[in-house]
Design a protein around this ligand. Structure first.
Ligand code: SF4
Length: 364
């Protein structure tokens, strides 16, 4: 059964130099036209049993829409789907977009959680990452969101060129003072084709070397642990009971629907990706067709590999028999077997690749 609903809002005020999401600064389609199209797309799913427990507005920048516009979308979705089981509704927002009034309104109209794209609380981090907001604005946004009664996530990026352990310590001291419910901290990925990624890949900017990244990672997980956060996924930490239920659906391979340009969904063992072009998206939806650009049907082997990869990013663990002797030093006991030790989570990709080879041979 489909348990999650994701809605992609592609509009952004600027293109951040590290970002490879589908987002538009100048859009040929207005926000109103786009919202209507998203609701039309939703109607194309009425043949399925859909009772979402979680809803997530991601982007792009959903906070480019005023709370009232998000409410119209929410209301519209409520006319198409049975939202009676909804227990978590998240909006991603940028610190410069919303203040206390907007957060309060979001809460009043039924949202439960905001994910704030802080990325850094320092001038140095914000300028390197090319973000528009100031550290002060980031602090204000977190405090206002907390005061409104919403559950608050702070998104951070670490491992950017020039970041020193002292810089990360500053981020942690902001987390300590602001005490959000949830922290997502992502290691910067230099994507080819993005201005920052290209500079790093061409060697014009130098990312921290392996040893420095390990040092930053150690500082991060130990620091957040000391502040009372429990890591439940490789890049996600939460206070007791504040885990993001929507993202957990992805990581446990539950079914979800993605609506909007470039959105992904997973139904009946098939991953689908909507087209990454807003005009093509509008044309398809307005002519009553699903705007799907890619479909990937998962074989049993694919499902196992995905499950293994996702499980190794979580702290739940995998059955002991899947972990060969030569990798045991990287693992520790976990509720459902063995999980990668926290200090080695930074090596999760390498460990996963090794485990996949071992297990795919074992399964033949
Ligand atoms: S990082 Fe966020 S705000 Fe920046 S361009 Fe990407 S989606 Fe837009």
């Amino acid at each position: 059964m489909v348990k999650g609903l994701y809605i992609h809002i592609p509009f952004c005020s600027q293109k951040c130099p590290y970002c490879d999401f589908y987002s538009l600064v100048e859009s040929p389609v207005s926000q109103e036209e786009y919202s209507e199209a998203v609701l039309k797309e939703a109607e194309l799913f009425t043949d399925l049993e859909i009772k979402p427990e979680t809803l997530y507005f991601g982007g792009g920048t959903p906070s480019k829409l005023r709370p009232q516009e998000l409410f119209k979308l929410l209301e519209g979705l409520g006319r198409v789907f049975d939202l009676s089981r909804l227990s978590e509704a998240t909006v991603e927002c940028n610190p410069e977009d919303y203040g206390y009034e907007e957060f309060k309104k979001l809460r009043d109209i039924g949202f439960t959680r905001v994910s704030i794209g802080v990325q850094s609380f320092t001038e140095k981090g914000l300028s390197l990452l090319g973000r528009r907001h100031t550290p002060k604005k980031a602090v204000e946004a977190v405090l206002s969101a907390k005061a409104s009664g919403l559950t608050v996530n702070v998104d951070l990026i670490y491992g950017y060129p020039g970041q020193e352990p002292g810089d990360l310590e500053k981020e942690l001291s902001f987390i300590e003072k602001l005490d959000p419910d949830h922290v997502s901290a992502y290691l910067l990925t230099p994507y080819e084709g993005t201005p920052l990624g290209s500079k790093i890949l061409r060697g014009e900017l130098k990312s921290p070397d392996e040893e420095k990244v390990r040092e930053l990672h150690d500082l991060l997980w130990r620091g957040l642990k000391d502040l009372g956060y429990r890591r439940y996924e490789i890049s996600n930490w939460a206070k007791e009971g504040k885990e993001c239920r929507h993202n957990l659906l992805y990581w446990t391979m539950e079914e979800f629907i993605g609506l909007g340009v470039s959105a992904w969904g997973f139904i009946n063992s098939e991953r689908y990706g909507n087209v990454r072009n807003i005009k093509a998206y509008m044309e398809k939806v307005l002519s009553g067709k699903r705007p799907v650009g890619v479909r990937v049907r998962l074989s049993e082997e694919d499902r196992f590999e995905e499950w293994l990869m996702l499980r190794l990013r979580l702290r739940i663990g995998i059955p002991e028999k899947l972990v060969p002797e030569h990798l045991r030093e990287f693992f520790e006991p976990a509720p459902e077997g063995l999980a990668i030790k926290e200090e080695f989570m930074i090596l999760a990709n390498e460990i996963t690749a090794d485990l996949m080879v071992y297990n795919s041979i074992g399964r033949r």
